[in-house]
Design a protein around this ligand. Structure first.
Ligand code: VGL
Ligand code: ZN
Length: 249
C-alpha cells in the first residue's frame, strides 16, 4: 500500500497553528498523533457513499489539528474494479454481504476511486496540517477499513512503523465512518498498544443498520478505547504531558 510523507524534514509548523485559540507551540505533546480517517468527498452528503452529517467532522478536526505535531490522514483509494463495489458482483446489490477471498464483505456503491474528485479530501479540511498520508484499499481483492491493516490483517499499510519511528504512543482517532473505518482503525491502534482516544463528535457513521454507530462505540470502549469530545482534548493532552513529566522525574 502506498504512503506519502508530505512534510519535508525540519519544516516549520503548519500555518493553521497560528489561527486557533487552542494551545500551540511548546504546549504541544510530541507523543500523540491525530488520525484523520477518510474525510473524502464521497463520504459527504451528496457523495457516492454518503455518511449522514459527514461534513460535520470537518470543523472539529480543523480545530484539533494545531494541537498535534503529527497529523496522519488516511484515504480510501480504490481501483475502479475494487471487490467491495457492488458493481463487480453481478446479481448482488449494495448492502449485500458476499465472500471476498475468504472474508465477508459488505458491498458498497463505487466510491473513492483513485484519482477521482470523490477520493479528494473534503473541501474545507485543513490539508496543510497533514504530515503523513496513508492510502488504503488499493488491492482489488481485499478491503481495508483500518488505516493500519487490510481487513484480513494480511498486509500492513506502514502506519504502525511510521508512528513508532516518530515516537508516538498515543492516538486520537477522528473521521468517517464511525462504524467502519474509524472503528477498525481505533481497534487496531488499541490492539497494537497505542493509548487510543476516539473523538466522538469528530466522527460520523453510516448506520446501515440503525444502532450500528452506538454498537461500534461500545465495541471500541470494550477494547480499551477512551471516548472523548473535541473540547476535552486540550485537557487530555495536558494530562498526558503531566504524566510523562512525572515519569521523567
Ligand atoms: C468506508 C465503507 C467502505 C469508511 C470505506 O471509510 O468507513 N466505509 N469504504
Ligand atoms: Zn471503501
Amino acid at each position: 500500500m502506498e504512503q506519502h510523507s508530505r512534510r519535508p524534514p525540519n519544516s516549520a509548523s503548519p500555518p493553521s497553528a497560528q489561527r486557533s485559540s487552542m494551545p500551540t507551540g511548546s504546549d504541544r505533546t510530541p507523543r500523540a498523533a491525530l488520525l484523520v480517517v477518510d474525510v473524502q468527498n464521497d463520504f459527504l452528503p451528496g457523495g457516492a457513499l454518503p455518511v449522514p452529517e459527514g461534513d460535520a467532522v470537518i470543523a472539529p478536526i480543523n480545530r484539533l489539528m494545531p494541537l498535534f505535531e503529527e497529523v496522519v490522514a488516511s484515504r480510501d483509494w480504490h481501483p475502479p474494479n475494487h471487490g467491495s463495489f457492488a458493481s463487480q458482483h453481478p446479481g448482488h446489490r449494495v448492502g449485500d454481504v458476499v465472500e471476498l477471498n475468504g472474508l465477508p464483505q459488505v458491498l458498497w456503491p463505487d466510491h473513492c476511486v483513485q484519482g477521482t474528485v470523490g477520493a479528494e479530501y473534503a473541501p474545507g479540511l485543513n490539508t496543510s496540517a497533514i504530515t503523513h498520508e496513508v492510502l488504503k484499499g488499493t488491492d482489488p481483492g481485499i478491503d481495508s477499513y483500518s488505516a493500519f491493516f487490510d481487513n484480513g490483517h494480511r498486509r500492513s499499510t506502514g502506519l504502525d512503523d511510521y508512528l513508532r519511528r516518530h515516537g508516538i504512543d498515543t492516538v486520537f482517532v477522528t473521521g468517517l465512518a464511525t462504524d467502519y473505518c474509524v472503528k477498525a482503525t481505533a481497534l487496531d491502534a488499541a490492539r497494537l498498544g497505542y493509548r487510543t482516544y476516539l473523538v466522538e463528535d469528530a466522527c460520523r457513521g453510516v448506520d446501515l443498520h440503525p444502532g450500528d454507530v452506538q454498537r461500534a462505540i461500545e465495541e471500541m470502549r470494550a477494547a480499551g478505547v477512551r471516548v472523548v469530545r473535541t473540547e476535552d482534548v486540550p485537557r487530555v493532552l495536558r494530562g498526558l504531558r503531566e504524566m510523562s513529566r512525572n515519569a521523567q522525574d
